[in-house]
Write a protein that binds this ligand. Sequence first.
Ligand SMILES: [Fe+2]
Length: 250
Amino acid sequence: MEFESDMAHPEGAYFTRDRNGWHPKPCDPGYKTSVLRSPSRPLVALDSTLSELTGPVFGHDQLGPLDDDLTLNFARPGHTPVGPRIIVHGRVLDENGRPVPGALVEVWQANAGGRYRHRKESYLAPLDPDFGGCGRCITDEAGWYRFRTIQPGPYPWPNGPNDWRPAHIHFSLFGHGFGQRLITQMYFEGDPLIWKCPIVNTIPDRAAVERLIAPLDLRNAIPMDALAYRFDIVLRGRRSTLFENRMEGL
Ligand SMILES: [Fe+2]
């Protein structure tokens, strides 16, 4: 996956997007609700404000011990949620492969039956009393994040007559300023619904979709406990002039 922002270098304040044409068009008739909610006029670019760039952000001290474990953080004592137990992990990197430490990674997802714990959820699949579906963690010095969770199920949604979302996990990343929130979705290797999803199909480039698909990572599975999936998140780097005496433009 590749984002069009630059969390690693907040001083640059280059909150730009879509330099390679990968982003979906705001209006795509195949994704029905995008037609009415997309802007009909060109967007207006606003400069980032000082508070967006330098204001306080979420820190390690605000994370609870179970925030990164969705198999436990909502479960009743002595219970665990229904569904395949998995680990989702990876690194947040800039475009040069350098780690991005200190990024807040938040996830939310449906339960194993494909149902969200949300007031407006209408799918008939049952809620799991032991699964909330939300988690968060902060990348370490090498840019790593890691969650334990339950593999979410696919779910139908009212778009076309028979549209289904592939199993997915929603991701949000915060960098060093609140103007740097990036949001995406992770899919699972081998899921045939990925290529039939109208939301996925708003992405115009197949390679861009493939970067959203986490491969099975058997080497990091825990025997008799959980499978693992690897999802690296790559940010665009700083658009710096290349100085010969400062090769990395720092
Ligand atoms: Fe979803």
